[in-house]
Ligand binder design. Structure first.
Ligand code: FAS
Ligand code: PHB
Length: 393
């Protein structure tokens, strides 16, 4: 088999890249280790930056996002028993975010790829990358019937996440990694209940961080900070709702509607960046080369940002025979990746309980939060990072 671009991974990065390339007349084959249902079953991001929404429109998959997505003009910070609104829209000259789950983005991309009759190989095992340090790379894999296949291509896009094969295929000396592991995780619950508020609430509390989010007017997504040695089986629904309620202001605690969880999971938090993001004819995008703590809602949006740069680089190569985009892909992405990583680290450090920081740690956080909500300059800095920094020219 032969194609122009082999995309490893059918998460949002891989599927969005495939769709943008298809729109530009560039062929791709997507190889995915899991089944489509498994990919859709992973509950992850919930907030889209405007630039991500614009990219979904460019890919022709924004109809349902516009119909069902929830535009949000602000977020609330909860601390000291009270909530303080950050007016994203006013502080950023009219920008906003859209609440629309990653599961729905992935479903829209899957449907579009299938409708276009494009090739996605699910349950592809033993994917292996070959010859990407030359000009004739290929990718081999075992199909679910056990047959072995090889695909010749011009480029390989490694969109296979943190545990994928693509970054692991790069000679260790060729990649530099930077990692910070946080001493806690997020216990997340999905429930068919009415959101406690119409906007997201980020809570800094002596018992730990909490986040009130949503997927629709009737489906909520809540998180509480938990220790890394906790198991999701230890948390009954009642225990979760009581802990969440204890970390909110009195009005939100009183308004909280509880119900049976339809998904419950614990995610670890880390900051991770791999440099560079290009190795010959292999290009890494999304979680394959960076992970941010979800506090700043940047993970999915950074993946979309990489895909924006990579899709344009491939378009330039094929349409204009120019390698400028390809040659500058990594440094362009990394400038944006590090700024989003810094914001995600800062917001995580501000909102979470760090036992090792002692009593002074909470006092310093309280002081910064009090300054943040009383300073237009500080609130603007939060707002412009939260809605997504503009793309450099
Ligand atoms: P993904 O990991 O989504 O997709 C990679 C795909 O590659 C997967 O489908 C995988 O099965 C496949 N793959 C892996 N190895 C392979 C191989 N060898 N061969 C073939 N296929 C292979 N972001 C937020 O903004 N907010 C959040 O609240 C949030 N919560 C998260 C919770 C968890 C538990 C995790 C892990 C991430 C979370 N994220 C969140 C970040 C998340 O949304 C990612 O940024 C997003 O999934 C990135 O998409 P991809 O780069 O496509 O990677
Ligand atoms: C979510 O809805 O899953 C979500 C929203 C905002 C975040 C993290 C997760 O910062």
């Amino acid at each position: 088999m032969r194609t122009q671009v082999v995309i490893v991974g059918a998460g949002p990065s891989g599927l969005l890249l495939g769709q943008l390339l298809h729109k530009a007349g560039i062929e791709s084959i997507v190889l995915e280790r899991q089944t489509g249902d498994y990919v859709l079953g992973r509950i992850r991001a919930g907030v889209l930056e405007q630039t991500t929404c614009d990219l979904l429109a460019e890919a022709g998959v924004d109809a349902r996002m516009h119909a069902e997505g929830l535009p949000h003009d602000g977020i609330e910070l909860c601390f000291g028993g009270a909530r303080h609104r950050i007016d994203l829209h006013a502080l950023t000259g009219g920008k906003r975010v859209t609440v629309y789950g990653q599961t729905e983005v992935t479903r829209d991309l899957m449907d579009a790829r299938a409708a276009a009759g494009l090739s996605t190989v699910y349950e592809a095992r033993d994917v292996a990358l070959h010859g990407f340090d030359g000009t004739a790379p290929s990718v081999s894999y075992t199909a679910k019937d056990g047959s072995r296949h090889s695909i010749d291509c011009d480029f390989i896009a490694g969109c296979d996440g943190y545990h994928g094969v693509s970054r692991a295929s790069v000679p260790p000396g060729a990649v530099s990694t930077f990692e910070k592991v946080y001493p806690f995780g997020w216990l997340g619950v999905l429930a068919d209940t009415t959101p406690v508020s119409h906007e997201l609430i980020y809570s800094n509390h002596a018992r730990g961080f909490a986040l009130c989010s949503m997927r629709s007017p009737t489906r909520t997504r809540y998180y509480v900070q938990c220790s890394l040695d906790e198991k999701v089986e230890q948390w009954s629904d009642d225990a979760f709702w009581n802990e969440l309620r204890a970390r909110l202001d009195p009005a939100a605690a009183a308004a909280l509607q509880t119900g049976p969880s339809i998904e419950k999971s614990i995610a670890p938090l880390r900051s991770f960046v791999a440099e560079p993001m290009r190795f010959g004819r292999l290009f890494l995008a999304g979680d394959a080369c960076h992970i941010v703590p979800p506090t700043g809602a940047k993970g999915l949006n950074l993946a979309a940002s990489d895909v924006r740069f990579l899709s344009r680089a491939f378009m330039e190569f094929y349409a204009e025979k120019s390698s400028a985009g390809i040659d500058h892909y990594s440094d362009r992405c990394l400038r944006r990746v590090w700024k989003a990583s810094r914001f995600s680290w800062w917001f995580t450090s501000l909102m979470h309980k760090f036992p090792e920081s002692g009593a002074i740690g909470q006092k310093l956080q309280d002081a910064e939060l009090s300054y943040l909500v009383s300073s237009k300059a500080a609130s603007t800095a939060l707002a412009e990072n939260y809605v997504g920094l503009p793309f450099e020219r």
